[in-house]
Design a protein around this ligand. Sequence first.
Ligand SMILES: Nc1ncnc2c1ncn2[C@@H]1O[C@H](COP(=O)(O)OP(=O)(O)OP(=O)(O)O)[C@@H](O)[C@H]1O
Ligand SMILES: [Mg+2]
Ligand SMILES: [Zn+2]
Ligand SMILES: [Zn+2]
Length: 257
Amino acid sequence: MTDLITNFECPEHGEYNGVTKIFCGLELKPICPECQKEFDKKQLEIDKDDEARRQVLRLEAEARERERLYSEMNIGEKFWQESFETFKAYTSVLKKHLETCMSFANKPKGRMLLMLGGNGNGKNHLAVSILKKTGGCIYSVFEIELMLKKCYAVKEGESELYERLCNIQTLVINEIGKHKVGEWELNFLSHIINKRYENLMPTILISNTHLKENCPTKGCKDCFQRLLGNDVLSRIVETGEIMQFNEKDYRYLKREL
Ligand SMILES: Nc1ncnc2c1ncn2[C@@H]1O[C@H](COP(=O)(O)OP(=O)(O)OP(=O)(O)O)[C@@H](O)[C@H]1O
Ligand SMILES: [Mg+2]
Ligand SMILES: [Zn+2]
Ligand SMILES: [Zn+2]
């Protein structure tokens, strides 16, 4: 192999020096150094573009997977972006509730939570934030009743549903007391709560009602104890916490701001 230093002319960048390689009888003209630089720069940009595109595709795939999971958990789209991070603890009570929920999410085993209070107080927001950490499902009492109704058509459908609800990682039962529930359905719910309690499965109960001891109305039908009885409450007191929410409706607050 012989090297020859020669002058070359690039149509773009003009004259340049280079070494012609003669290899196996072939003359290999050197590339213009400026052209090489441009080529390298372009290649780098293509690589960067590719990486950015791959990153976008990866993020999109992750978001799709998350949304699929949230749908399975029965988390409404309204809460897909919500978490402990997006919860504003603007009073000392809310701050304490947020801490309780975060602690629950870190160590859910064998714990129960009861969230009581008015509309738009962030009960669902916090319960969903817990679910996103622990895994599990959220169902309203109405949805459980609907599932039960569907089960009647299937042989041993109720016991299958019972098993499934007992074995969900963290189960949130929402809207307890929103409407009147039949005795059998109420029994079904109590048994699930009790079974989960015995198996140390974390359970969260949400209701717009209040505790009997905070109620001035004699014979009031909206006291929580009237809905699920003292045995459920006693288990909550033992293994968890009763959180009372008394803030202004956040839905209205958002509008005012
Ligand atoms: N402290 C808060 N910080 C941020 N967002 C909040 C807060 N409280 C409520 N929200 C938002 O306000 C809306 C209503 O809250 P949420 O559904 O959790 O209320 P709720 O207590 O379950 O009410 P309801 O009893 O009417 O079902 C949601 O979009 C929620 O994300
Ligand atoms: Mg709610
Ligand atoms: Zn050139
Ligand atoms: Zn009452």
